[in-house]
Each structure stands twice: as structure tokens, then as C-alpha cells.
Design a protein around this ligand. Structure first.
Ligand code: FSX
Ligand code: SF4
Length: 315
């Protein structure tokens, strides 16, 4: 059995890795004690227009192992990609868990409002089912950029009228606690960490514009490993050059995108976009995918005032 000291040390470790600070260690400890003798929160996933990449991403946890997570922290009741039960059985399971009135609903993807037939759930368009589903959940998490801001399905001419969850709720007068975990795909730690926080405390973590502050408070640019080259005006001009340069002139959106990617990293902390010689494409930004090209060639960046360039990068 763990001593109190060892237990608190473990909670501080979890707090530091999942939430970026040891400050939440007491809350984590209290939460785990609560979890030990109470029911784990029920979680149901629903997918709209998306590529299911967010769910695939979830299985590549950095700090938290997905299997461990669904065995110890939450009670994953139903998931359109992971559940053994598919089709009618998935719908029956979804109904059952929603009937409990205590389920946390995670939505991936958008909901088509114009061409409703672009996304079906069972024998009805998702749009016609969504009000009932959301109203029976205790809280809603928009997982991924599509579900949060519209993302790829709502880009361009948006012929299907793809809308994110928040707009669906506003259009249909639904009031329900709603939290955003954007990213295309979502970073597994951010979704599992958010759910773990809710499991431990029963509440949402601190939010700013519906985003957990612990993951989305700083610009990627501010913690980027290439930041020193930015301050020295050393910019990458061609991708076959060495790595000792800033990617700003190749359209890097780390300058306008708020997330902890440089420190949290991806794929078991292997790397992060800018360290793989790829500019940040801003997949977490509310305007993503931007109307302009993903990889911009902006040779004149140095001479353009930052305020003007920022506007250019945000579109
Ligand atoms: Fe969107 Fe997610 Fe991108 Fe895909 O669920 S955020 S297209 S990685 O799968 O919704
Ligand atoms: Fe900022 Fe991108 Fe340059 Fe990194 S590579 S310092 S995020 S502009």
C-alpha cells in the first residue's frame, strides 16, 4: 500500500504532466480518493462529419495510456469507432446511457444543417437527433476543431452547412455546460486530461472562451524551440535548409495559435510540427483551415509590420 507521502508525490506527478503544474495535486488526490469509492463518470461519444482522426489520436496518449484511462478513470459506455456494438446496438447503448441523465457527451465533428442527409445517425439525420442527445447529457465536450469551430467540414463553400456544436446549441436554444478541446486532431492528453479533471472534481477545469486554460493559454510561438531564431531574424527560406531557422516566412501560424504543443508534444512526446521542419498550420485556431495556402511563401515578411502580417496570417 502507498504511504500518504508517496500517494501525494504520485498525484503531484500526474498533476504536472496532465495539467502542466503541480498546483492541482490536492484536487487530483481528492479526486482519486473519490474515484476509488464511487462510480466513474459515464462517457458517450457521438461522431458527426469528421475523419475519426480525433479518436485515433486518443489511442496515442502521451502521459495517459488510453486503455488505462478507460479502465481506471472513466466509464466509456459507447463509442462509434471503438465499441464492439455497432449499428442498432450502438444506438440502443447510447439511449441507455443517455437515460441515466449523468452522461458526459463527447462530440466529434460537425452537424450538417443545410444538406442534413450528409450525416445520418441510425435512421435519421444527425441534425434531427442532436437536440435530444445534448439535452439528455449532463455536460458536453466538443473534441477536435470540427466540433469546436467547424474545421474542415465547414471550410470553403460549406455546401452541407456544417456547423459546430456551439452553433447547433445556440440555434436550438439549448443551454448546457460546454467545453472545447480543439485540434485537428485533438491532442490525446488534452482530452484525457480534461475528462480526468472532470472525473476527479466533478467540475470543468478553469476555462477561457470555453477552452481549458491549462492547455490553451499561451501562444505556440512563445515556447517554440525555434524562437531564438525568430528573435535573431533568421528565417527558413527553403525546406532543404538546416533546422536552425524560424519558419515564419513559410506561413507558420504558431504566432497566432494558442496551445501548449511545444511542451506537450505528440506521439508519445516524440516530436511536434515545428521540430519536424513543418510550420504550425494553426489547426487549433478558430479560423482554421485558413483561406490562404497552408504553406505560405512570404519573402517580404521582414519588412512588413507585424500587425499587418498578423491580419494576413489569420485568413
Ligand atoms: Fe475534425 Fe476529428 Fe480533424 Fe478528423 O473527430 S478535428 S477532421 S482529425 O477527426 O473532427
Ligand atoms: Fe514562432 Fe513558428 Fe518561428 Fe516557432 S517556427 S518561432 S512558432 S514563427
Amino acid at each position: 500500500m502507498l504511504s500518504r507521502r508517496a500517494f501525494m508525490k504520485m498525484c503531484a506527478g500526474i498533476s504536472a504532466t496532465a495539467f502542466g503544474s503541480t498546483l492541482l495535486a490536492p484536487e487530483v488526490a481528492e479526486g482519486f480518493m473519490k474515484l476509488a469509492d464511487s462510480e466513474k463518470p459515464s462517457v458517450a461519444f457521438v461522431q458527426g462529419q469528421c475523419c475519426a482522426g480525433c479518436s485515433v489520436s486518443l489511442t496515442y496518449g502521451n502521459e495517459a495510456d488510453f486503455l488505462d484511462f478507460i479502465l481506471r478513470v472513466i466509464n466509456l459506455q459507447v463509442h462509434p469507432t471503438f465499441s464492439f456494438d455497432q449499428g442498432r446496438s450502438y444506438l440502443d447503448d447510447l439511449e441507455r446511457v443517455l437515460d441515466s441523465g449523468k452522461c458526459i457527451l463527447v462530440v466529434e465533428g460537425t452537424i450538417p444543417k443545410i444538406a442534413k442527409e450528409a450525416c445520418w445517425l441510425g435512421d435519421k439525420p444527425l441534425y434531427d437527433r442532436m437536440q435530444d442527445i445534448i439535452e439528455r447529457a449532463s455536460m458536453v465536450i466538443s473534441s477536435g476543431t470540427c466540433s469546436t469551430y467547424g474545421g474542415i467540414p465547414a471550410s470553403g463553400e460549406n455546401l452541407t452547412g456544417a456547423i459546430p456544436v456551439k452553433q447547433f446549441m445556440t440555434d436550438n436554444g439549448i443551454i448546457k455546460p460546454l467545453l472545447f478541446v480543439p485540434g485537428c486532431p485533438v491532442n490525446p492528453d488534452r482530452l484525457m486530461g480534461t475528462l480526468a479533471y472532470i472525473a476527479a472534481t466533478g467540475n470543468f477545469p478553469a476555462l477561457m472562451d470555453s477552452l481549458p486554460v491549462m492547455y490553451y493559454k499561451d501562444l505556440i510561438h512563445n515556447h517554440c524551440s525555434r524562437h531564438q531564431f525568430f528573435t535573431q531574424d533568421i528565417y527558413l527560406k527553403s525546406f532543404d535548409m538546416d533546422k536552425d531557422s524560424c519558419l515564419l516566412k513559410k506561413g507558420c501560424r504558431g504566432t497566432i495559435t494558442y496551445a501548449d504543443c511545444p511542451t506537450r508534444r505528440w506521439n508519445h512526446k516524440t516530436s511536434v510540427c515545428v521540430e519536424s521542419n513543418t510550420p504550425c498550420i494553426g489547426c487549433i485556431h478558430h479560423n482554421w483551415p485558413f483561406r490562404s495556402d497552408i504553406y505560405l511563401d512570404v519573402e517580404d515578411v521582414v519588412d512588413i509590420p507585424w500587425s499587418v502580417m498578423k491580419e494576413r496570417y489569420e485568413n
